[in-house]
Design a protein around this ligand. Structure first.
Ligand SMILES: Cc1cc2nc3c(=O)[nH]c(=O)nc-3n(C[C@H](O)[C@H](O)[C@H](O)COP(=O)(O)O)c2cc1C
Length: 195
């Protein structure tokens, strides 16, 4: 190694240090921005086969929100989900609308959130009753609730109306069907609802 090369090593090290520090600063700023925007929002979702989970992740990313899965104490098997079988678990549960499937964790700490997204699949044109269990196990009063749904084609309207009727004292914002929604549509829905 020449003397000139040796002399340039400290300079090179300083340059690398400056670059790394500025990179770390940028990351910190970005995290701070997200937290400032949305530490008050959380996406809570139930998903039996993964479709609503994907939608939930898109919404959480768009809103910079936290995410929480609503997990049944006893997970639904594919036999449980057979809507053509009138003795399947989902069929039996959903045809007794006062039935409340148990949650794996009974209460979620939602105290720090003022906006709660609630996501679910369409089951017989309704929200699965585990959504009722979730709502009834948590104090959602005074919070803005933003429903979203995935489905095989049905729209969200009936499930929204049923939830409004069951919990008229909660603050319901207009919900969205996520099936074919683009990122731009999701962002527009979030912006409009939270104005
Ligand atoms: C028990 C059951 C009932 C369903 N009922 C309907 C329905 O009435 N209308 C509809 O469009 N889709 C219906 N579907 C389809 C689901 O809503 C759709 O596949 C959803 O995206 C699944 O979400 P997940 O993967 O998050 O569970 C039903 C599915 C199941 C398992």
């Amino acid at each position: 190694m020449t003397t000139n090369m040796l002399k340039s090593i400290p300079l090179l090290a300083a340059a690398v240090l400056v670059a790394l520090t500025s990179c770390a600063k940028n990351n910190n700023n970005r995290t701070k921005e997200m937290n400032q925007n949305n530490t008050n929002a959380i996406v809570c979702y139930f998903s039996a086969t993964g479709t609503t989970e994907k939608a939930a992740r898109r919404i959480a990313a768009a809103a910079g929100a936290d995410i929480h899965e609503i997990v049944p104490e006893k997970k639904y098997t594919s036999a449980d989900l057979n809507w053509r079988d009138s003795s399947s678990r989902s069929y039996v549960e959903m045809h007794n609308r006062s039935f409340r499937p148990a949650l794996a964790d009974s209460a979620t700490d939602l105290s720090g959130y003022s906006v709660i997204f609630i996501g679910y699949p369409n089951w017989w044109n309704s929200a699965p009753t585990i959504i009722n269990t979730f709502i009834e196990h948590n104090d959602l009063s005074g919070k803005t609730i933003m429903p979203f749904m995935t489905s095989g084609g049905s729209n969200i309207t009936n499930s929204e109306n049923e939830l409004h009727e069951a919990y008229p004292n909660l603050i319901w914002s207009k919900g969205i069907l996520i099936n074919n929604a683009s990122d731009a549509e999701i962002s527009a829905w979030i912006d409009k609802s939270l104005k």
